[in-house]
Design a protein around this ligand. Structure first.
Ligand SMILES: Cc1cc2nc3c(=O)[nH]c(=O)nc-3n(C[C@H](O)[C@H](O)[C@H](O)COP(=O)(O)OP(=O)(O)OC[C@H]3O[C@@H](n4cnc5c(N)ncnc54)[C@H](O)[C@@H]3O)c2cc1C
Length: 414
């Protein structure tokens, strides 16, 4: 690769932005394509968690015991609406096929390499942007009603510990001392002092985009519809205009699939729709990011309000959001925080880009020289974005360690 080589980044979510930033810092000329403003899609409304040791995939032998009954229950954290069952079935069966102990261990090892040091990586980027206040490092507090509920996740915590997670088990009254507003329904917890969160994911993305513009990265407001391989690189088109680049990185999140289908790759990418409610006046203040682990609700003190985020809903990219599911987040959160005032919330839905093995697709496309992937980060795209950018830039420069870390994430695993 030569310095000044042109690289097209398709998609300016947090993954595209971090990839562009790493490539620009390495001296390449980058152009980002997106029909929407930078960071405005899934990367704007997430829970903000930086969970650098969340290495356990979603498909585990344990989850299969409960997942399918949850999927049918419209009030559970996991749901497939009736209109989407047929569409979701093939993906769900591939998901179930991953839930073997040896696969879980292999995926955890790969994710461990990808996510290691993510909190520090984001802290460094935010500091370079002059926005160090965005990164909060007070730790995450994961809560359970009782020991029996905690016991269901014990194996998963143990595997994370094997991968270096620093964990402190806490019970009441320590929980109460840490977060006085947590109600008596939550008696057992796991405190992760070294994990953190981003206090405003949209401001983070916008600040990164502004810095990229200062660094002479180009932003083109366009949806890339086709990519043509040429002798010297790639021609991208939105149907009317055309652009040339030596390399392309697909970072289009949940919308990445058609761009690869065009080249014969059938990537099992599915959107897991998630929601947030943000409360401008919640009637309480949290010091940590709090997770009601049994209800899968993340409660994050954002600079814009208290954000309740979570739920997994299969439903595709075009169906309208379900306000009812979003409002359920308020009900769930009140089970842990009885004083919570859920009045006047803002409601948001985003499309998590998910593969059945909980691993993103990263690295070069084998039969298409110059074409690279960086999408499918699922529940951990904010966390994984900084390292993704660094690893893609390193791999493009031929760094053996970075190529080794990316290898298990290759598109040719499908
Ligand atoms: C409720 C919820 C909570 C979450 N909480 C967390 C969390 O706490 N921590 C965490 O790490 N992750 C979390 N996530 C996941 C995280 O938000 C995503 O993994 C991440 O935002 C994905 O980033 P992305 O850049 O790949 O996708 P996006 O942010 O969706 O960006 C993709 C971009 O590609 C553009 N695009 C699409 N098609 C084209 C095209 N043809 N041409 C050009 N551009 C195109 C889109 O317009 C979009 O801007 C959460 C997600 C949800 C929904």
């Amino acid at each position: 690769m030569q310095q000044g080589e042109r690289i097209a980044i398709v998609g300016a979510g947090i993954v595209g932005l971090c990839t562009a930033y790493a490539l620009r810092q390495a001296g390449y000329a980058v152009t980002l394509f997106d029909p929407n403003p930078p960071g405005s899609q899934c990367s704007s409304g997430n829970a903000g968690a930086l969970s650098s040791r969340s290495v356990v995939p979603l498909a585990t032998p344990g989850i299969l015991k409960t997942a399918f009954s949850m999927l049918l229950d419209s009030r559970s954290p996991l749901h497939v609406p009736a209109y989407y069952w047929l569409r979701a079935a093939p993906w769900l069966s591939r998901f179930a096929a991953q839930a073997k102990p040896e696969r879980v261990r292999a995926i955890a090892a790969a994710l461990s390499d990808l996510l290691r040091g993510s909190v520090q990586a984001h802290t460094q980027i935010a500091a370079e942007l002059g926005a160090g206040d965005l990164i909060r490092r007070a730790g995450q507090l994961h809560l359970y009603p009782d020991e029996a509920s905690y016991a269901k996740d014990e194996g998963s915590w143990a595997l994370k510990q094997e991968h270096g997670l620093h964990l402190e088990k806490v019970v009441r009254p320590t929980i109460e001392a840490m977060e006085p507003d947590v109600g008596p329904g939550y008696r057992v917890g796991v405190f992760l002092p070294t994990e953190g969160w981003v206090a405003n994911p949209l401001r983070y993305a916008r600040t990164l985009a502004a810095r990229l513009a200062e660094l002479q990265a180009t932003f083109v407001q366009a949806a890339v519809r086709s990519m043509q391989a040429e002798a010297s690189g790639w021609t991208l088109s939105d149907g009317t205009r055309r652009w040339q680049a030596e390399r392309v990185v697909i970072c289009a999140g949940a919308w990445s699939r058609p761009l690869l289908a065009e080249r014969g790759w059938n990537v099992p990418l599915e959107t897991q729709r998630g929601y947030h409610l943000e409360l401008p006046a919640p009637n309480l203040t949290l010091t940590h990011q709090v997770v009601l682990a049994d209800r899968k609700v993340f409660i994050t003190p954002m600079e814009t309000g208290l954000r309740l985020a979570g739920t997994v809903e299969f439903g595709g990219l075009t169906h309208k959001p379900s306000t009812r599911r979003a409002l359920l987040l308020g009900e769930h959160a009140r089970a842990g925080l009885p004083q919570l005032d859920t009045a006047a919330p803002s409601v948001w839905m985003g499309h998590r880009p998910c593969l059945p093995d909980s691993m993103p697709v990263l690295g070069p496309v084998p039969d298409s020289p110059g074409l690279w992937c960086a999408f499918g980060h699922g529940h951990l795209g904010l966390t994984g974005s900084a390292n993704t950018g660094r690893l893609i830039a390193g791999a493009m420069a031929g760094r053996p360690d970075d190529l080794r870390i990316l290898a298990p994430f290759s598109i040719d695993r499908f």
